[in-house]
Design a protein around this ligand. Structure first.
Ligand SMILES: N[C@@H](CCC(=O)N[C@@H](CS)C(=O)NCC(=O)O)C(=O)O
Length: 239
C-alpha cells in the first residue's frame, strides 16, 4: 500500500490510523509513505490527479484501488483490517455518524477558521472580520457538541477508541494554531490529553515532523507553515 500525504491534520488522520492498526496487531509496516509538497503544487501533477481528481492529500493507493478523502480512507482501512477501531453491527452506527460529522463540519469549519486566522494574507483585515466571526462562532459551537458527547463517555463514540476519535483529534489538537479556544470545555481538553497519550497516536502525528517539534513548533516551522499555507490559500500569490 502507498500513502501520499503531508504533515497536516487531514494527513495525520491516516498516519494515526496506520499506527493504531499496527498497535492492534495488524502487519502494516510496509506502507510506502510519500510526502507531497503542497506549497510546490505537487497535488496538481497529472500523476497525483490520476489518483485523486480533487487534488488534495491524503490519498491511499492499494493495488488498483485509489481512495481519496481522509475519512473514506479511515473507513477503508477499518473495513479491510477489522479491529475495534471500526466495530461491526449496531456499534458501527455509533461511530460512523461522528466520522461524517467531522468530515462535513469540523474539518471545513476549523480549516476555514485556520485559513482566515493564519494564511489569507492577501485579504484585507476588514474583509476577514465576517468569515472569522462566522467560522469562529461555528467552531466553538461544534466544540460544545463534542463536549456534550465526551461528558457521557471517554471516547467520541462510546467506551472504545475508534476512527471517530482519529478523525477529530488532529483538528482539535491544533486549537492554538487555529485559535479556537477549547479551554472552556474541560471534557474536550481531557480527551485531547488522553488521545495524545496513546502510543499509536504519538507515532502517527510524528509523520513529517522532527521529533522535538511534534507538540510545539519552532518559530522557523511556524513561518514555514504560514508560508506554505498562504501559497495554498492564495493560489495567485507567486512569492
Ligand atoms: N476533505 C478532504 C480535505 C483534504 C485537504 O483539504 N487536504 C489539504 C491538506 S490538509 C490539501 O491537500 N490542500 C492542498 C490544496 O488545497 O491545494 C479530506 O478529508 O481528505
Amino acid at each position: 500500500m502507498k500513502l501520499w500525504t503531508a504533515a497536516t491534520p487531514n494527513g495525520w488522520k491516516v498516519s494515526i490510523m496506520i499506527e493504531e492498526l499496527i498497535e492492534a496487531g495488524v502487519a502494516l509496516d510496509d506502507v510506502q509513505v510519500r510526502s507531497i509538497n503542497l506549497a510546490k503544487g505537487e497535488q496538481f501533477s497529472d500523476e497525483f490527479l490520476g489518483h485523486n481528481p480533487n487534488a488534495k492529500i491524503p490519498v491511499l493507493i492499494d493495488g488498483n484501488q485509489s481512495v481519496m478523502e481522509s475519512c473514506a480512507i479511515l473507513q477503508y482501512l477499518g473495513e479491510k483490517f477489522p479491529t475495534p477501531l471500526l466495530p461491526e453491527g449496531p456499534e458501527r452506527w455509533q461511530v460512523m455518524p461522528w466520522v461524517y460529522w467531522q468530515a462535513a463540519n469540523v474539518g471545513p469549519v476549523f480549516g476555514n477558521k485556520l485559513s482566515y486566522t493564519r494564511y489569507m494574507d492577501n485579504v484585507a483585515d476588514a474583509a476577514k472580520a465576517h468569515p472569522l466571526e462566522r467560522f469562529g462562532t461555528e467552531a466553538l459551537r461544534l466544540v460544545k457538541v463534542l463536549e456534550g458527547q465526551l461528558n457521557q463517555h471517554p471516547w467520541v463514540a462510546g467506551d472504545t477508541f475508534t476512527i471517530a476519535d482519529i478523525a477529530l483529534y488532529p483538528w482539535l489538537r491544533g486549537w492554538k494554531w487555529s485559535k479556537v479556544d477549547i479551554t472552556k470545555t474541560p471534557a474536550v481538553v481531557d480527551w485531547v490529553t488522553r488521545v495524545r497519550a496513546r502510543p499509536g497516536v504519538a507515532r502517527g502525528i510524528a509523520y513529517g515532523v522532527p521529533a522535538d517539534e511534534i507538540d510545539q513548533w519552532s518559530d522557523e516551522r511556524k513561518a514555514q507553515y504560514r508560508n506554505s499555507g498562504a501559497k495554498i490559500a492564495n493560489p495567485l500569490k507567486t512569492s
